[in-house]
Design a protein around this ligand. Sequence first.
Ligand code: SF4
Length: 364
Amino acid sequence: MKKVNQLQQALLSWFAANARPLPWREQYLSYQVWVSEIMLQQTQAERGVVYFKRWMAHFPDVVSLAAATEDEILKCWEGLGYYSRARNLHAAAKRVVQVHGGKLPDTLAALEALPGIGKYTARAILSIAFQQDSPVVDGNVERLFARLFAIDEPVKKAAGQSRIWGLAEALLPLGQAREWNQALMECGALVCVRGTPRCELCPVTAECESFSTGTTGARPVVEGGKKIVQVRLVAAVVVDDSGRVYVRQRPANVRWANMWEFPDLEITESAQPLKAVVGLFKKGASRSLDGFLPLTTVNHKYTRYQATVHPFLCRLRGAFSGKLQQEEQPCRWVTLEELNSLAFSSGHRQIIDYLPEFLPEQKI
Ligand code: SF4
């Protein structure tokens, strides 16, 4: 028990002195805590802060979020990836307005019934926003506990999860869940980091079993991690005589649903990008296209994919009134300025970022 008290005091004092001044920590409003928890899944806190501030400027509360259009939501989320998080936030906000009178509920069952809120997020909201004695375990807590308590079960497997959740429950100092849970996650994020932990800065070296045995590098044990899949694509930025760019909208039932993109195509490892990009267009259309200048190479990581995109810039000569491609997706000709008002995946957004410099130089 003495050891538990020491551990709790060490981490709580460390958090009081070292907590990052993140905007959702200013008032701990439940809506802000909820949005921050969703945004910080798969996103570094520093990057999350930029998006969080932008989000709050557009959708300061549940009611404004519920009233927004999907296009507005996606545009505001653009670049963060995992767009289902934004769609779920939107759907959940509508439900909170319809069912809970615009107030985020403060029970586990009601929170877990909302789209996008799972075991971790519900407990994070309960403890951080509503100060209920609810334990949390995220990747940072898994790593911290695996090293602190020399856990050799793979942390993502059932036995490892059960041990870690059990510890989170047992160690929680009653009445201090808000600070304690954040202290664990903050220590994992800043000190007991992935790779080489920064033990020289750690408030709990005295209690750490891996530190005392010189085995910090052996934990956490991870098994069955996802393999990264390499993919290659070509994309075409088609510009007409008036400088407008051709874009199409993705279907509703695929990744990056309803977002915008340049025509693109996945190619094999041995395929010739130039040949592939010309083949993107209908026969009649490709006769009106020329140029096909390689722009740059864009590297883009999403879920377990590492994509390399080869974008080409080409010009549509003269008046071509038909569709450039076979498929039935909605398409538009837009100015560079209008491109910025549409939501694109981060891979295609990287291509857009490159265009303002490139287009004038090429006098297109
Ligand atoms: S002493 Fe090192 S390994 Fe142990 S919890 Fe602290 S940072 Fe992690």
